[in-house]
Design a binder for this molecule. Structure first.
Ligand code: PLP
Length: 392
């Protein structure tokens, strides 16, 4: 019988017989691995695609424990930990693409992904085109070129939360001989990438898996031996791994991922629905609400949500008024990232870059992340914040 999510999280990456009986996997730090003789060293070096202690930069038991756990959550066969969520995006792009290739990226992509595509990737001869995240399969087909190697997706999109039709878009990409990458950070656990046509799934472990705003970490998950070769060898060529201390903290975070995600999903929905009823709000961009583009795809493809969503205020409220409201909030920290235990807010108008004209909603916008505080306290804080918005 397949283990349910909660059970899998409790058991993932643990092997008490290798841990001197202790409950948790060991935290192993190290660079040099010593071998008893040259024959053993030469034999070990052949296992670069396997979780074997070869040299610190090829990972150790702490990395391998986390990788096994993340592969399980994503439903893939192999995972590679990387030094950040952003490097979980850049490493597979560099591993799979070469000069002369073309890449398709949604207009709603996480900003630093766009910066990487327009900067380093372009300098290395890879050409990126951006597409409307709500593109139909037919319209997407027309955007493919003979040299398009990767269709990048991010669902829901950063800041504007458009939910993409991943299975339909993946079908087009595969017919054109391209790989499908998905930044699945928002959809962790609730979107199973490999049952929906994704080849390479990306997780910023900094967010919900870490859960305590104290690590920067990423993971890339694949589901075939061929993809594992591309990913693993690319990551090793780039020398990109992560501190075992951060991996250990991520493993610790995973044990409570289920209850944090459940609580933050419920609280996020409660706050989002409350905001949707407010006269100051034009639209709540939460995939579980009908006002979000792609809501019907969310209902079809996801089993739940998390605590991150956007809000477009009525056009009568200026960007300065939204900032005044944000400054007045007592329980929402002003800061980037999300997935921790604390609530956060950021004004998003003017901070997001779109080249294809998508993501323009009614008024000035903000992004909220709902933490583990009491929901009535959060709503009370927002209520006084909206009073500031009205009078600013
Ligand atoms: C959707 C998404 N992907 C990737 C990242 C990058 O994660 P990290 O901060 O670990 O580099 C972020 C960070 O905010 C994100 O929101």
């Amino acid at each position: 019988m397949a283990k349910k999510f909660e059970t899998a999280l409790v058991q993932a990456g643990r092997n008490p017989t290798k841990q001197y009986g202790f409950v948790n996997p060991k935290l192993t730090r190290g660079s040099t691995v010593l071998y008893p003789d040259m024959a053993t060293k030469l034999a070990t070096g052949k296992h670069i695609l396997e979780p074997v202690d070869i040299y610190g930069l090829c990972g150790n038991e702490t990395h391998f424990a986390l990788e096994a756990a993340i592969a399980g959550i994503e439903g893939g066969s192999h995972a590679q930990v990387t030094s950040s969520g952003l490097s979980a995006i850049t490493v597979p792009l560099l591993a799979y693409l070469k000069a002369g290739d073309h890449l398709l990226v949604p207009d709603s992509v996480y900003g630093p992904t766009r910066t990487f595509c327009d900067g380093l990737l372009r300098r290395y001869g890879v050409d990126t085109s951006y597409y409307d995240p709500m593109v139909s399969a037919k319209a997407l087909r027309a955007l493919f070129k003979p040299n398009t190697r990767v269709l990048f997706t991010e669902s829901p999109g950063s800041h504007t939360f458009e939910v993409q039709d991943i299975p339909a878009l993946a079908e087009v990409a595969h017919a054109a001989g391209a790989k499908v990458f998905l930044d699945n950070t928002w959809g962790i656990h609730h979107f199973q990438p490999f049952t929906k046509g994704v080849d390479v799934s990306i997780q910023a472990l900094t967010k919900y898996p870490g859960g305590h705003s104290d690590i920067i970490l990423g993971a890339v998950v694949v589901n075939t031996e061929e993809d594992w070769r591309w990913l693993r060898l690319g990551a090793l060529e780039l020398g990109n791994y992560a501190s075992p201390d951060d991996c250990w903290l991520a493993l610790r975070g995973l044990r409570t991922l289920h209850i944090r995600l459940k609580a933050q999903e419920a609280a996020g929905l409660q706050v989002a629905r409350w905001l949707a009823e407010r006269p100051e709000v034009a639209r709540v961009l939460h995939p579980a609400l009908p006002s979000c583009p792609g809501h019907e795809l969310f209902l079809r493809d996801f089993t739940g949500s998390c605590g991150l969503f956007g809000v477009a205020f009525q056009p009568e409220f200026s960007a300065a008024a939204v900032v005044a409201m944000i400054n007045s909030l007592k329980l929402f920290g002003i800061g980037a990232s999300w997935g921790g235990y604390e609530s956060l807010v950021l004004p998003t108008t003017g901070t997001i870059h779109r080249s294809e004209g998508t993501g323009a909603f009614e008024g000035n916008m903000a992004r909220f992340h709902i933490g583990l505080e009491n929901v009535d306290d959060l709503i009370g804080d927002l209520e006084q914040g909206l009073a500031v918005l009205r009078t600013a």
